[in-house]
Every structure is written in C-alpha cells, then in structure tokens.
Design a binder for this molecule. Structure first.
Ligand SMILES: Nc1ncnc2c1ncn2[C@@H]1O[C@H](COP(=O)(O)OP(=O)(O)OP(=O)(O)O)[C@@H](O)[C@H]1O
Ligand SMILES: [Mg+2]
Length: 401
C-alpha cells in the first residue's frame, strides 16, 4: 500500500517511515500540511498518517480537505496526537479521520492499525463498486422503459403530422386546379370584352368553377386548411418539448449542483413519462411558488419519475395522481399522492430496501425507491410514505431550500 506521512517532527517521521517500510509499504514523506496536500494529489496514496500540529496547514485541515475533495475513492486517514490527548483524537475523528495513534507509538500498534485500514479500504471499495453497479442496472432498466415511452410519445404526433401533410397536399392539388380555372375565366372575360359573342363562354366557365368548388367542397377546405396547419404546429411543438425534456435526462452522470426550479423539474418529468401514466391516471398539479434551490436537478427528476411511475402502476383502472409543491419553513415539500392499491402494512418498512418489489418477475427491479431515497439523502432531505391498503399512498419529499 502507498502511505503518505505528514509530520513536521523529524524523529517521529523517520521512525514511522522505517516501521511502515519494514511492513512492505511504499512511503511518501511530507514535512508540513501544504506539502502533504500536494503530494497527496500527485501520488494518490491509500492511507494518510498525519500529525495534528503542523506549520501551514494542520492535520485537521488536511483531513477535511481530503474528505471534501477526494471523493471518488476512499482514503483512510490516521491522525497522530500527543500523548493522552483524547480531545484532539475526538476532534480528528470528527474532521473525518478514521483512526488515531497516540505518540509514542509501537511497531505492533502501527502494524495492527494499518492492517485494519486495509480491511476498511477493501470494504469501502467493494461497497463503492456494488452501489455503482446498482445504479447502473437501475439506469439500464429505466432507460428501456423510458425509451419505449418516448418512442410512443413521438410516434403519435409524427403520425398525425404526416397524415395532415398528405391531406394538405391533396387540398393543394385541388386549389391549384381551381386557380387554373380562375385563370381561364379571366381570359374568357377579357375575350368577351373584345367580342360580346363570347359572353356565353364566360358563363360556361363560371358554371364549371361552381361545380368544381362544390365537388371539392371549397368552404370546408378553407376551414380545414388552417386547422390542419395548426395541428401540425402543435404536433411539432410537442415533439420539440419531448426532445428538450429528454435532454435533461440524457446525461445523469454529468449532473452538477445548481440552482433549479423544482416545479419546472416536475413539469418536464411529467412530460417525459406522460405515456407511461396517461392511460390509467389523471395527473393533478397543485404547485406553489418556490425559491430556486441548490440541487442536482436531473437526479431530483429521477426521484419524481420513480415515484410518479410507481403511483401509476398502483392504479389498476382509472385513478388520480396529485402532485403538490409547497414551501414550508424554508423547506421545499413535494407530495405525490395516488388513490391506487396502497401498500400492505407489513411491506411499508421494506419499500426503500434495494430489490424489494411486489411486481412480477421482469416488471420491477425494486430499485426505484432505493435510488430515490439515496438521492434525497444526498440533498439532506427526507422522504416519507403514508399508505393504506385499498385507499392509496402519499409520498412526502422534503428538501431544504
Ligand atoms: N404508490 C405506490 N402504491 C403502492 N405500492 C407502491 C407504491 N410505490 C411503491 N410501492 C411498492 O413498493 C415497491 C418498491 O418500489 P420500487 O419503485 O422501489 O420498485 P418497483 O417499482 O417494484 O421496481 P422498479 O425498480 O422498476 O421501480 C413496489 O414494488 C410496490 O410494491
Ligand atoms: Mg418503481
């Protein structure tokens, strides 16, 4: 293992280095906190052993900095404190250290502590890998569902836009023919001025036009023309909107913290999942004005999606889903209520567990609510559920604004 030692006092430093090297570790040495941070970034050691008191940046600040900035992997941090100073040790643990050693230390103690660090690092790494796989498989499951829904949503307007275009092109042929007849009429009128005997030809042409207009029902075409164009516009707007909303979902990995409007997030989520819910649920919205909140907007959209889709699945025939937002004591509170089948008492405690599902094999992975729970936790919020079998369910999400 590679171990970084941050220690300004040379005797302790050399002693520690020797011990660790004897146990087969690679040791990097820093003589103060700032140097330690630089070497940490450069060498990415698995373990950091840092003294408490150091010039420049002390051990506590170093510890906090590592915890704040090196989030992609687990770094095991041991704080070295002066003899019998328990308060220092506690402060160190609170700043994010995993363990502490009291000076002077014995080789056996160092050996034991480093061995336990190896165990913890291994566990943390396994956990990271497992949760990554979990999120990945959830993503794959919902991507499939989403893709099917979106394809359907886009297919609908595409269908009527292309059928409207076909009708419009039939109308266009009739109108061109009509214009052609009017042109002929003009010519005949001109001729009749030069030669009054041609008057009958004018009347004949007028009759022809009248018959043709009746045949194609020009009055109807006139009305229908603008309404077909309006429908095409609406259809294209609908497709445009789906594509824009979908973009919000497209790169969840690159989601960054930013100020976002929760109402807008719910609105765009509803647009994306409309196909999944519209057959068995009417969605009612009761939004209050909310401040922008600092959050991961795409991840919150994922939460709303998972809960609203669950609500729709809980409704067998035709039901209602009410999504409400409120600002209560500087918390944004979102409630999602359905009048579906409800949750059995004995299952309420399990619904946030990964892989808990009551759906048929292949229908649910049982990850939707677990993913939602973790996302809300990351926002320092809470997610609660109230449910009564046969009556319905209400999820309440509270996020600090
Ligand atoms: N609104 C609801 N009404 C009734 N039961 C619900 C509701 N929401 C969740 N549940 C129950 O909680 C279980 C877990 O939900 P969760 O979203 O985690 O998984 P899932 O919907 O089964 O599968 P998926 O991973 O595809 O979302 C569901 O199987 C269902 O039994
Ligand atoms: Mg679900």
């Amino acid at each position: 293992m590679s171990i970084l030692i941050a220690e300004d006092e040379s005797i302790s430093r050399i002693l520690l280095k020797k011990m660790l090297e004897k146990f087969g570790h690679t040791v990097i040495i820093a003589t103060d906190g700032l140097m330690a941070w630089e070497l940490f970034q450069k060498h990415q050691p698995a373990v950091v052993i840092t003294d408490w008191m150091m010039p420049g940046m002390d051990g506590i600040s170093l510890c906090q900095k590592i915890r704040k900035e090196a989030v992609s992997r687990y770094v095991y941090i041991i704080i070295v404190t002066a003899k019998n100073n328990k308060t220092d040790a506690i402060k160190g643990l609170e700043a994010g250290a995993d363990d502490y050693i009291v000076k002077p230390f014995s080789p056996d103690e160092i050996h034991a502590r480093i061995r336990s660090s190896e165990r913890i690092i291994q566990l943390e790494n396994n956990y990271k890998k497992a949760s990554l796989q979990l999120v990945q498989s959830e993503k794959m499951a919902s991507v499939g569902q989403l893709a099917a829904g979106v394809a359907h949503e886009i297919n609908n307007p595409t269908g009527f836009v292309s059928s409207n275009l076909k009708t419009l092109s039939d109308y266009q042929a009739d109108i061109i023919q009509l214009i052609h007849m009017y042109k002929q009429l003009l010519e005949k009128i001109e001729l009749s001025y030069k030669n009054p005997e041609n008057k009958d030809a004018v009347l004949e042409e007028v009759e022809k036009i009248k018959a043709f207009e009746k045949n194609i029902d020009i009055a109807f075409i006139q009305d229908d023309f603008s309404s077909l164009i309006k429908d095409c516009r609406d259809g294209m707007d609908r497709i445009k909107k789906i594509v824009i909303d979908l973009k919000d979902f497209a790169h969840p990995g690159s989601d960054t913290m930013k100020m976002a409007d929760i109402n807008a997030g719910i609105e765009s989520t509803l647009n994306v999942i409309n196909n999944e819910i519209k057959y068995n649920a009417i969605v009612k919205k009761d939004f209050s004005e909310l401040p922008l909140i600092n959050c991961y907007p795409q991840q919150l959209n994922q939460v709303f999606m998972n809960i609203i889709v669950n609500a729709a699945h809980a409704i067998t025939e035709k039901g209602e889903i009410t999504v409400a937002t409120k600002l209560i004591d500087s918390n944004v509170v979102v409630t999602i209520q359905d009048n579906g089948c409800g949750i059995k008492k004995e299952n309420i405690g399990k619904i946030f567990d990964p892989f808990f599902t009551t759906k048929e094999v292949g229908k649910g992975t049982g990850l939707g609510l677990n993913v939602a729970y973790n996302i809300i936790k990351k926002h320092n919020g809470t997610i609660e559920v109230q449910s009564e079998e046969g009556m319905g369910t209400m999820f309440t999400i509270t996020i600090p604004a």
